[in-house]
Design a protein around this ligand. Structure first.
Ligand code: FAS
Ligand code: PHB
Length: 394
């Protein structure tokens, strides 16, 4: 019979980071992941880390490569009406910045740390099912490993298994409320070995649609264009992608664009989603299992990190001090930050995308909002403090 203190479902950033923080605090945990480690590493997703996330990765002892290879950015550009304007994030927020370091690399660093510590991660765990997490007794998890039924007994379950995971879907529907907004477009993303078009990220608002030029290093770019939800990858050759991106950029950025073969190409739908509460007896939801934001505000991964910070603090306090105050406060504390990030991500998405049902009045509003943004230090400060990340215990 297997047992642990905390069973973690999912080996994405949430699950791996929680496992690392708990292990460093001497709390035994086992991670069950449905896919292989190669599959998890092959996912190309987020790229921007708030200072709070960098601090947490340092606390977890996995920030060495991040400090060597991560790019610290003090600002972003927003391009519209044929010009590119800079928002000086750091000077507007008392010196705070963001760090460019791919989610894939964070996952790699966390996997390496977990393996080095000899901690248990069961990859390709099929048919994970959660049991008795609200019975008042101890929960347990069943799953198949190499086709053989296994049972893992535990004190607590952390549902870190993403939007489509089993954890949230194991909860009685009447036990929680969901809040959702879907968007009438997606993001087509390309990873390519080509130099970034600018020293910092360029977010572009254009009548043809949104575009974003991000990066993973000084020689590798991650670029996105808003696309139709019905688009498929085979409609988008590399050439077509780069030509469309160039049309949406300001002239300075467009001139710097050097098309290159796509190393990865994917289409992601955009969604705003929150499940409340984030705790059900001895089951806690963290990261995308509980909430989703459109990537326009670069908040998804950072929200997962702040959930994990709060949950780890609660579990460590519980085991060390036999106090459940922080655990009992986890859901309310996490949700306050989640909703602030939902608001910012929605606002950035509304500001920068072309909505198919947008009338002429909406279009003028969008232009007026951008015009106001670049005429007001207060407006830029508001965007800046949200982008670099609001205080963790506001
Ligand atoms: P994840 O979804 O990353 O990880 C969940 C893990 O649980 C996965 O490994 C999954 O295989 C596993 N799992 C699922 N069901 C399971 C089951 N039944 N049993 C066991 N394991 C199970 N955020 C940004 O900030 N910027 C971006 O540009 C950005 N782009 C994104 C693009 C896409 C296509 C997606 C889906 C998300 C993107 N995000 C982005 C958000 C993303 O970075 C998430 O916020 C981040 O991955 C959250 O991490 P986790 O909560 O660990 O969830
Ligand atoms: C990325 O680099 O993948 C990225 C950066 C900023 C965003 C979204 C994605 O807002």
């Amino acid at each position: 019979m297997q047992s642990t203190q905390v069973a973690i479902i999912g080996a994405g950033p949430s699950g791996l980071l929680l496992g690392q923080l708990l292990s460093r605090a001497g709390i035994h945990n086992v991670i069950l992941e449905q896919r292989s480690d190669e599959h998890v590493l092959a996912r190309v997703r987020a790229g921007i880390l708030e200072q709070g996330t960098v601090d947490l990765l340092e606390e977890a002892g996995v920030a060495d490569r991040l400090h060597q290879e991560g790019l610290v950015h003090d600002g972003i550009y927003i391009a519209f009406n044929g010009e590119r304007q800079h928002i000086a994030l750091s000077s507007l927020t008392g010196g705070r910045s963001v760090t460019v370091y791919g989610q894939t690399e964070i996952t790699r660093d966390l996997m390496a740390a977990r393996a080095a510590a000899g901690l248990s991660t069961h990859y390709e765990a099929a048919g994970v099912a959660l049991h008795d997490f609200e019975s008042g007794g101890k929960p347990w998890v069943s799953y198949l490993r190499n086709g053989k039924p296994e049972v893992l007994h535990c004190d607590y379950i952390a549902g870190c298994d993403g939007f489509h995971g089993v954890s949230r879907h194991s909860i009685a529907p009447d036990a929680f409320k969901t809040f959702e907004r879907t968007y009438p477009f997606g993001w087509l993303g390309v990873l390519a070995d080509t130099p970034p078009v600018a020293p910092e990220l360029v977010y572009a608002q254009h009548p043809r649609g949104f575009a974003l030029c991000s990066m993973r290093s000084r020689t590798r770019s991650r670029c996105y264009i808003q696309c139709c939800l019905t688009d498929s990858l085979n409609q988008w050759s590399d050439e077509l992608f780069w030509a469309e991106l160039r049309m949406r950029l300001d002239p300075v950025s467009a001139a710097a664009l050097q098309p290159a073969a796509a190393l990865e190409k994917s289409i992601a739908p955009l969604r705003s989603f929150v499940a409340e509460p984030m705790r059900f007896g001895r089951l806690f939801l963290a990261g995308d299992a509980a909430h989703i934001v459109p990537p326009t505000g670069a908040k998804g991964l950072n929200l997962a990190a702040s959930d994990v910070r709060y949950l780890a603090q609660g579990l460590i306090e519980h085991y060390r001090e036999h106090s459940s105050i922080a655990l009992n406060h986890y859901s309310a504390r996490a949700l306050q930050r989640v909703w602030r990030a939902e608001r910012f991500s929605w606002a950035m998405t509304r500001l920068l995308h072309s909505f198919p049902d947008q009338g002429s009045f909406d279009h003028r509003l969008q232009q007026a909002e951008l015009d106001y943004l670049f005429s007001s230090t207060a407006a830029q400060t508001s965007l800046a403090e949200n982008y670099v990340g609001l205080a963790l215990d506001a």
